[in-house]
Design a binder for this molecule. Structure first.
Ligand code: GAR
Length: 201
């Protein structure tokens, strides 16, 4: 049976992408195949990681294209490659309702908090951890969810909690949430969703 052709969308360093590529190599992900990695920014380090793993690395510069043309180019690239699953791994753009409607239950995102806390427009990257520390919560974590027209509002697939330590800074917290939660639950959630898609095809 064919694997689900998967595109990973990135914007930055790509440690989640790396965890996904490693999981594929190790056989933790066996129902999905990362066929392309697409960045909305030129020179994102994630693209180096894609190339090093032998995956295609593309850039569709959001700043040059603007949202409409970006999504048009993205849709064309996904259709050309027969993509059945889209994974947002540190992708820092909000996709339009028109775009997300084309891929119901086929776009996954990782968010570095326990949704519905510290999520939605404006909550991304380090800002999420700053907000958690400012609020004083003692437990945070990461969430994998389907992407729909509401930012961080789609159905939750997986979550893992991480305890906050009194000495945490946004940077130390970000790192621990990645190590203890994101890099573990994301590959597993991708496998779970891809396996289901494969059974239904
Ligand atoms: C990760 O912590 C990811 O959860 C977060 O940005 C970081 C990207 O790191 N994503 C968001 O905030 C999306 N709203 P990475 O490029 O090393 O995977």
């Amino acid at each position: 049976m064919e694997k689900i052709k998967t595109a990973v969308l990135v914007s930055g360093g790509g440690t989640n992408l790396q965890a996904i590529l490693d999981a594929e190599r190790e056989g933790i992900i066996k129902s999905a195949e990362v066929v392309t990695v697409i960045s909305d920014r030129e020179g994102a380090y994630a693209l180096e990681r894609a190339r090093a793993a032998g995956a295609e690395a593309l850039t569709i510069p959001f700043k040059t294209y603007g949202r409409e043309a970006f999504e048009r180019e993205l849709s064309a690239a996904l259709e050309e490659r027969g993509i059945g699953l889209i994974v947002l791994a540190g992708f820092m753009r909000i996709l339009s309702a028109e775009f997300t409607a084309k891929y119901p239950d086929r776009i996954l995102n990782i968010h570095p908090s326990l949704i519905p806390s510290f999520c939605g427009a404006g909550y991304y990257g380090l800002k999420v951890h700053e907000a958690a520390l400012n609020y004083g919560v003692k437990v945070t974590g990461a969430t994998v969810h389907f992407v729909n027209e509401i930012p961080d509002g789609g159905k939750i697939v997986a979550q893992k909690a991480v305890y906050i330590r009194p000495e945490d800074t946004p940077e130390t917290l970000q790192k621990r949430v990645m190590q203890e939660a994101e890099w573990i639950i994301f590959p597993r959630a991708i496998e779970e969703v891809a396996a289901k898609l494969r059974r239904s095809e």
